[in-house]
Design a protein around this ligand. Structure first.
Ligand code: UGA
Length: 437
């Protein structure tokens, strides 16, 4: 008989996971305490932007396998329960806020049936899974809890969920592993690597992976600082070192650094947890990774100041990009938006464009000016900043734009535009980490 699956928490991760599990052929119910989210998903609309997901959600709703509810009792006959709630940074420190994870467990523990398996997917500090498992077994000793970290990237959420590059399961019994093998049978048949670990290791795999990615980005941004000081070009440097397969060329895009709802908060929570464990020295370097990352934003603002005789007051600046990365409307800890807000606070007249993230950006920073088109954004600008590398920006014809601006100066904060093309169209082109700034 096919497994019946529940997904607790229908935010980014949960909505994607529920939809993809249904696509794999399971009967799935997504549960959330937020009635607005449930209403939207039940009606076939995802409350955020993610390529492919909306269409897939509609197909799965039509199939009759997928449904959503605010009622926790609706999951009582499910065999597997995925916990997909958020673990944001606490307001007054670096640690992760585990309120939602524990309240999700408390809500489901009394209603789930004997023999069922709870599977955590949220990113948590190491040791959380064991605590959750102990709590679960106190309420229902005939259940079990496993951990199965999620590695999906925003913008590729459907692809990463249906065809992950690895599956990691933290289990305490072979029975739990068997259940998870059944859930992921299609991936296993496709030879996707299957890593079985204990609970703490499975939790650590996730934060270690994000810490490594953050380190790679900050490493290349540190090299960008050196290139600027020494008259080098970080894009050529990145290309050259990337040919070494031990280094690899991905995640070596220098610029204004990493943001989003994961990398920044995950490295901070990792440091906080290491300190609790008395192992803070091991992660001391992550403090530097965080500083290099935030410094990339200040270096961008320094470049802006240099171009505008140090005084930003009354200067018209166009900002292309508000999302923390392309193909997403997520503005959480977005370097682009942070820079826009800082230059506006310094007195500049800022106009921001983004293909998808304006509603979220406006909700967060209503005092910023937003433009509905690239053309409207750059009209009369004394400086244009390229801060999120959307495809539409890479496809801009610089010749067409030059007639609209007051002075044709562009700073590429993502090292993604074609410098020669912009220069030959008459623009004064600068970028982070490249000589001739
Ligand atoms: C990240 C991880 O890549 C996923 O594997 C993980 O599952 C996810 O966090 C999570 O923990 O949920 P995501 O936040 O979607 O995924 O974004 P990334 O693609 O990792 O990009 C993060 C930031 O790094 C973006 O602001 C991006 O612009 C920046 N970045 C990325 C660079 O500045 N340079 C690069 O070379 C690559």
């Amino acid at each position: 008989m096919t497994l019946k699956i529940s997904v607790i928490g229908t935010g980014y991760l949960g909505a994607t996971h529920a939809t993809c599990m249904s696509n794999l052929g399971f009967e799935v119910i997504g549960v959330d305490v937020d009635p607005a989210k449930i209403e939207s998903l039940s009606g076939g609309t995802i409350p955020f932007y993610e390529p492919r997901l909306q269409e897939l959600l509609q197909t799965e709703l039509k199939s009759g396998r997928l449904s959503f509810s605010t009622d926790f009792n609706s999951i009582s006959d499910c065999d597997v329960h995925f916990i997909c709630v958020g673990t944001p940074q606490v307001a007054d420190g670096l640690a992760a806020d585990l309120t939602y994870v524990f309240s999700a467990l408390e809500a489901i523990a009394p209603v789930i049936k004997d023999g069922s398996l709870v599977v955590g997917k949220s990113t948590v500090p190491v040791g959380t899974a064991a605590r959750l498992r102990a709590k679960l077994l106190e309420v229902n000793p005939n259940t079990d809890l496993a951990w199965n970290p999620e590695f999906l990237r925003e913008g590729f959420a459907v692809e990463d969920t249906l065809n992950p590059n690895r599956l990691v399961v933290g289990v305490t019994s072979s029975k739990s592993e068997e259940i998870l093998r059944e859930v992921y049978a299609r991936n296993l048949a496709a030879q996707i690597p299957w890593v079985v670990a204990d609970l703490p290791t499975s939790e650590l795999v996730k934060v270690a992976a994000n810490a490594f990615l953050a380190t790679k980005i900050s490493f290349i941004n540190a090299m960008a600082e050196i290139c600027e000081a020494a008259g080098g070009d970080v894009t050529v440097l990145a290309k050259a070192i990337g040919y070494d397969p031990r280094i690899g060329s991905r995640f070596l895009q220098a610029g204004i650094g990493f943001g989003g709802g994961c990398l920044p908060k995950d490295i901070r929570a990792f440091m906080a947890r290491a300190e609790e464990l008395g192992a803070e020295q091991a992660l001391e370097f992550l403090r530097e990774i965080d500083s290099i990352n935030l410094r990339a934003r200040s270096r961008m603002i320094d470049l802006v100041r240099r171009d505008l005789s140090e005084d930003l007051r009354g200067k018209k600046i166009a900002v292309l990009g508000a999302a923390f990365k392309p193909d997403s409307d997520d503005v959480r800890d977005s370097p682009a938006l942070d820079i826009a807000v800082q230059i506006q606070a310094a007195g500049a007249i800022v106009s921001v464009h983004d293909p998808k993230a304006i509603p979220n950006a406006r909700a967060r920073f209503p005092a910023l000016n937003f433009a509905e088109s690239i053309e409207a954004c750059v009209t009369d600008a004394q400086l244009v900043l390229h801060l999120t590398e959307w495809k539409v920006y890479r496809e801009i014809d610089p010749l067409k734009l030059i007639g609209l601006v007051k002075s044709p100066i562009i700073i590429d904060g993502r090292n993604a535009l074609d410098r020669d093309l912009w220069r030959s169209a008459g623009w004064n082109f600068r970028a982070l980490g490249r000589s001739e700034n």
